[in-house]
Design a protein around this ligand. Sequence first.
Ligand code: CUA
Length: 347
Amino acid sequence: MLRRMHKFLLLAAIMALAGCHDVQSTYNVHGPAARSIGNLSWAMTILFVLTTLIMGILLAIAFYRRRGSLAEHDPIEAGGGQMWIAIGGIAIPIIVLTALFVAGLSLMSNFPIHGMPGMPSSEQMVRSMKPDILIVGHQWWWEIRYLNDDPSKSFITANELHLPLHQAVNIEVETADVMHSFWIPALNGKVDMIPGQPNFIRIVASQTGDFTGQCAEFCGDDHAFMRLLAVVQDPKAYNAWIADQLKPGAEPTTPAAKAGEQLFVSAPCALCHTVRGTTAGGRVAPDLTHIGSRQMLASNIFPNNDAYLTAWITNAQSLKPDCLMPDLPVFTGEQITDVVAYLRQLR
Ligand code: CUA
């Protein structure tokens, strides 16, 4: 027990020292919408803990102060104690649950979702809330499109959502297959990705840092592995990131990376993945134009380093069972080193 406590404290200390914003919790809030959800969650938690305590105390009193046996008590028909039921069982729950319902409804103004009573239709929503980013859920990863009226300023990336600090960002969510739910607890609530129905969510982030998100609707075997990373940056860093993302894939310079590029575009990789600036133009899998700049692999599950990338390419099925990325044992020896060298320099 003591040892477990030590471990917990150590972990907590490491997280505190690392300035970890990564706690995926409704109580860990870094934006106005998330804060109002967090406040309501705290109110509910405190209220329900108090209720449980009071009920426990009442039960304990009833237990310890009981006298005689059940047979000696008045029959139920004799009545009595009905005030307890009227107040504790009916009046208080009605007041509390109504208050929570109203608070929940008012909170939903932070979730402008088409189809809700009083909300504008989808078309009106598109006009009034032009999306800055379109996120498409896939089994089991996130396609992220940065939109711009000027096509030369729009681009596609995956699984790592960059957001500017303190700016409202309108996000449209859709799905390419089954239902998913987009959720970054530190920044806002959940919004479902439903086939044939675009939904919208507005995010304002009030702190720079990395925040993890999670698909919140069961969507198949790897639902739990459908994670994403939100990176909130100050405007300068954000604009620099956008400028980098707009560039085509980096030209390989080392012999290994050059050989890797040849292998990549001629192998099955290019049928599913795009690297802008090359002949690889597949659209069913994540865009890899700047894969080297991303922190994580496989929708925010494994760190993006040589070892995991090698393992991912050759044995994706054992790392993320049933995902659409096949094992590629075609790459052997030096070939896999070259492909990894190529992908890692795509920054
Ligand atoms: Cu996507 Cu669960």
